[in-house]
Write a protein that binds this ligand. Structure first.
Ligand SMILES: [Zn+2]
Ligand SMILES: [Zn+2]
Length: 156
């Protein structure tokens, strides 16, 4: 399982290991994520910053403008510039880009968000919750995730 939680950038300078299961997995169909990835959506693993262990080069934070003006920082490899994770607001948590895992085949979205801008040819499986914009974590997060988030908020 450990090997499945390792990943990195394209050149191999940045390597990371997730030392816990993700808190929650977002599949985001918003226009910001579409622009940043050049694709139809991004898959983000929400996890405590403390559970992202860096094994190689230290990624460089880059502030990226978003349509609604709220801040987002993407950490990129200093060499090949691939973005490996980002932050929205809370510094205690990171959104790890699932596509940078060595093997992301185990990653399944817990929720689809911003489906208002989903491309029409992407079909969301019936058993995966989907929301036009964002969602209410209180109704979607399992108790373990809620408890870990509370611990995080308490320490921040
Ligand atoms: Zn790199
Ligand atoms: Zn998004």
């Amino acid at each position: 399982m450990t090997a499945l939680r390792e990943g990195g950038c394209s050149c191999g300078a940045v390597r990371y290991r997730l030392t816990a299961e993700p808190l929650f997995v977002h599949c985001c169909h918003c226009t910001n994520c579409q622009r940043q990835t050049g694709s139809a959506f991004v898959i983000n693993l929400l996890i405590e910053t403390d559970h992202v262990e860096l094994l190689g080069a230290v990624p460089v934070p880059v502030d990226v403008p978003r349509d609604d003006g709220s801040p987002q920082t993407i950490w990129r490899c200093p060499e090949c510039q691939v973005g490996v994770y980002s932050r929205y607001g809370h510094d205690g948590a990171r959104f790890v880009r699932a596509g940078t895992l060595d093997d992301a085949s185990w990653v399944v979205p817990d929720v689809h968000i911003y489906t208002r801008s989903k491309v029409p040819w992407v079909a969301i499986p019936e058993d995966q919750p989907a929301f036009e914009v964002f969602y209410d974590p209180k109704t979607q997060w399992p108790p373990e995730t809620m408890a870990r988030w509370r611990a995080l908020s308490a320490s921040a």
